[in-house]
Design a binder for this molecule. Structure first.
Ligand code: ZN
Length: 386
């Protein structure tokens, strides 16, 4: 029979709530055997702080890790995107080393699963190692309607098939509302029946302006790309109510950033999802929002409407570290009223549900293998126990 480790700490966070005077029992494979009351149990391993399941990062771009500290802060999204595109040509070896280093950083920061945006297959070598579980979101973009089929086909043939051949998870996803034509969104939708997809949503107020009236900084982006968008007709609405009804087939949609999402947009999204039998997850990446736009989403509105919130780091191009705990700390700083257990649920169970990994990750429940981390009681430090 397997030897069972009995772990006790100041308190245990089980994925939903804090437990006191309980013992977490895990076997040699780190699978949860039970959570039991402490009736003078013997052979305990005792820790100071909080035992919690491994953390889940719902939004990253591991392949951009070489851009750490390369891009100026607080310039706004359009200038940020232009800089990223200008910096794409990098030495391959440097890219691969940065990917390896960044994954190691996530691992030591207690992250056990990642929703990772991929435009290339650069991360494949690292993902083969199986250190962290990935939901691979293969990103496509193209604003010209007549390029929709070629763009979709490119991602399908050159990225999706390569990942699938290695039995890695794949969904083809749109980059953002302002970078995907309705036709391309239609192709993605047809390919996504019952799947999990994600989209960068309302990362800047400029995005809403682009959909409301057409005049916005995105004109500058398309000038940079030398793309004639004179055909474009704004919808007169915010971006979310414009595009979301075109994504009625995925089972789950992870809306990432949401810094310029209004209360009406939140209600609209939740209503559309309910009608379509879908689940919406609101993925927050506060450190990246401060880095790029120096703004934060209206988290209290999401809480008011009982939205499912999960957390992401975004990439090292727009963050100083890949740490979900650091995202939690930033939210605590700006929203001190949010209770610790609620924040930890966003970082664990909600993230595992968003990525479709809640069968094995996100909470201490019998039979799951969620990883075990130790946090101090002020959520300042983290280390892996398993
Ligand atoms: Zn992103």
């Amino acid at each position: 029979m397997n030897k069972v480790r009995k772990l006790k700490a100041t308190k245990i966070f089980d994925g939903r709530k804090f437990l006191y005077d309980k013992i977490l029992c895990i076997d040699e494979t780190a699978t949860v055997v039970d959570i039991i009351a402490d009736n003078n149990e013997r052979d305990l391993e005792i820790f100071q702080g909080i035992l919690a399941p491994g953390l889940i990062n719902c939004h990253c771009h591991l392949e951009l890790s070489h851009l750490k500290s390369a891009i100026k802060e607080k310039t706004g999204l359009v200038d940020f995107l232009i800089e990223v595109m200008q910096l794409r040509a990098f030495d391959k070896q440097q890219i691969l080393q940065s990917i390896e280093r960044a994954e190691r950083e996530m691992y030591s920061n207690g992250i056990v699963a990642v929703g990772d945006i991929c435009n290339t297959t650069d991360t494949l070598l690292q993902k083969r190692k199986g250190n962290i579980l990935y939901r691979n979101f293969l990103e496509t973009m193209g604003f010209l309607p007549n390029a929709a089929e070629s763009r979709f086909e490119y991602t399908l043939q050159n990225v999706c098939k390569v990942f699938s051949a290695e039995n890695l998870t794949t969904s083809i996803v749109p980059h953002a509302p302002y970078s995907v034509s309705k036709d391309l969104l239609g192709l993605i939708n047809e390919h996504s029946k019952g799947k999990i997809i994600t989209i960068h949503n309302q990362e800047t107020e400029q995005e809403n302006k682009f959909f409301q009236a057409g005049e916005s900084e995105f004109q500058k982006l398309y000038q940079f790309l030398k793309t004639d968008i004179s055909f474009y007709q704004p919808s007169g609405k915010n971006s979310l109510p414009t595009y979301l009804p075109n994504l009625d087939l995925p089972a789950k949609i992870l809306l990432v950033h949401n810094t310029a999402t209004s209360e009406d947009d939140i209600l609209f999204a939740e209503k559309v999802a309910k009608t379509n039998g879908q689940e919406i997850f609101w993925v927050l990446c506060p450190n990246a929002n401060l880095y790029i736009e120096n703004s934060l989403p209206q988290i209290n509105l999401l809480r008011k409407h009982h939205c499912k919130i999960a957390l992401g780091t975004d990439s090292l191009a727009s963050n100083h570290q890949l740490s979900i705990l650091s995202e939690v700390q930033t939210i605590q700083k700006y929203f001190p009223e949010i209770p610790q257990d609620e924040l930890l649920q966003w970082a664990t169970l909600n993230g595992s549900e968003a990525l479709g990994f809640s069968d094995s990750l996100g909470s201490f429940e019998k039979g799951k293998k969620p990883g075990t981390v130790l946090l101090d009681e002020n959520l300042k430090t983290i280390k892996r126990i398993e």
